[in-house]
Design a protein around this ligand. Structure first.
Ligand code: ATP
Ligand code: MG
Ligand code: MG
Length: 366
């Protein structure tokens, strides 16, 4: 069976690595051979923003999926006429626009931060009056790793935020003074079987994910999140992995955004769960029985940003796994991650405390 992956980033690469043992073959669509995916599969050189190039990939494979979110939905719909595309273009369309995304959450009774669409400076000022400060001004489309957003803490920030982001459709969100951030990763196959990983607790630095720890949720929170993801997946006849990022505040879940794909906060599942998110994504889109999402202990995933730490000092720690995506160094770029799996949370925390400074030192930080 041949699978086409639109985008040849690290997510696609990890999907392929999980898929080979199942007897699957992978072809990526991306602009360059110097991509994480191209090192582990065939590549069709092209631009995944172009319908024509997506059609070329579709012509070579039996099933299409994607590891990037900004794929033109219309092109996917056309390709889907001949080659199945999962997850379905409809949910990708909702996830691509923060306004549509919030409306999709609302339809399923999922709480979000208060928000206002913004298309002019006047609209921004009115929205600030309505929501108060602090607030977060975001591009509705194409943001990631905290790019395309500005925090507005005082009146003086309004002008700066507007000048930085104007020209694109925007949304103002009320600031959520969260206790912590968590995400739920769920999977559904085409026949409707679903499975959910334990909630993961996520810590960000400057809008970029640094650390995920799982399992991290109370049973009540876990089951509330599962009910929400199940509703979103059923509504869209979903197949594959779906991720929802939440703020947790006073024991309540407030949805931030969703991603209809494998997710950085689920990388711990490679070694930390019975079946990884990557294998389950493939099982879901191929309509195979899903694998167990049971955790194998307590897991942490630390992102390596800008520069990789040396291999040896990292894997000298017991139960530590090193993932280098083979990308060229660039400040703050996600180049790899380290996973630690331990039997108990206290010893996991102890390893994180020792490992984190080593990783940051390699990056040139503290
Ligand atoms: P990702 O790489 O996760 O796709 P993104 O660029 O889409 O990131 P968000 O997830 O919306 O951006 O925001 C990045 C981070 O900024 C959040 O994880 C959170 O820490 C902070 N943040 C975003 N929106 C808010 C908010 N309304 N209130 C408080 N913090 C926020
Ligand atoms: Mg996002
Ligand atoms: Mg996010």
């Amino acid at each position: 069976m041949s699978i086409g992956i639109i985008g040849a980033g690290q997510l696609g690469r990890m999907m392929a690595l999980a898929g080979y043992p199942l007897g699957l073959r992978f072809t990526f669509l991306d602009k360059s051979k110097d991509t994480p995916g191209a090192q582990v599969g065939d590549i069709v050189l092209g631009d995944f923003m172009q319908a024509e190039d997506i059609r070329r990939l579709a012509g070579e494979v039996e099933l299409l999926t994607y590891d990037v979110e900004n794929v033109p939905v219309q092109a996917l719909r056309e390709a889907a006429g001949d080659t199945p595309v999962h997850p379905a273009p409809a949910i990708l369309e909702a996830a691509q626009d923060r306004l549509d995304e919030k409306q999709a959450f609302a339809r399923h009774g999922i709480e979000t931060a208060p928000y206002r669409p913004v298309d002019s400076k006047e609209a921004l000022e009115t929205a600030i009056e309505a929501l108060g400060m602090p607030a977060v001004l975001k591009r509705r489309r194409l943001g990631y790793d905290g790019r395309g957003q500005h925090f507005i803490r005082a009146a003086a920030d309004i002008e700066t935020a507007w000048e930085a982001l104007k020209g694109a459709p925007l949304i103002l969100e009320g600031f959520v003074d969260f206790d912590r951030e968590v995400s739920l990763i769920g999977v559904r196959n085409r026949s409707g079987e679903t499975a959910f990983y334990p909630l993961s607790e996520n810590s960000h630095e400057d809008g970029i994910l640094r650390l995920s720890v799982a399992p991290a949720g109370q049973p009540a929170l876990q089951s509330e999140a599962e009910t929400q993801l199940k509703a979103l997946m059923e509504d869209h006849g979903y197949a594959g992995i779906l991720t929802v990022e939440y703020f947790e505040k006073d024991g309540r879940l407030i949805a931030n955004e969703m991603a209809p794909r494998v997710h950085n906060s689920g990388h711990w599942t490679i070694e930390g769960a019975a079946t990884s998110q990557f294998e389950n994504h493939l099982r879901g889109i191929l309509d195979l029985p899903l694998g167990s999402t049971r955790p194998r202990g307590h897991a942490a995933m630390i992102n390596c940003l800008g520069r990789m730490p040396a291999l040896e000092p990292v894997i000298r720690f017991a139960d530590t796994h090193y993932h280098d995506y083979g990308k060229s160094p660039r400040p703050r770029r996600k180049l790899g991650h380290i996973t630690v799996v331990r039997d108990d949370r206290a010893s996991l925390d102890a390893v994180i405390t020792e490992l984190m400074p080593l990783i940051k030192a390699a990056e040139g930080g503290e």
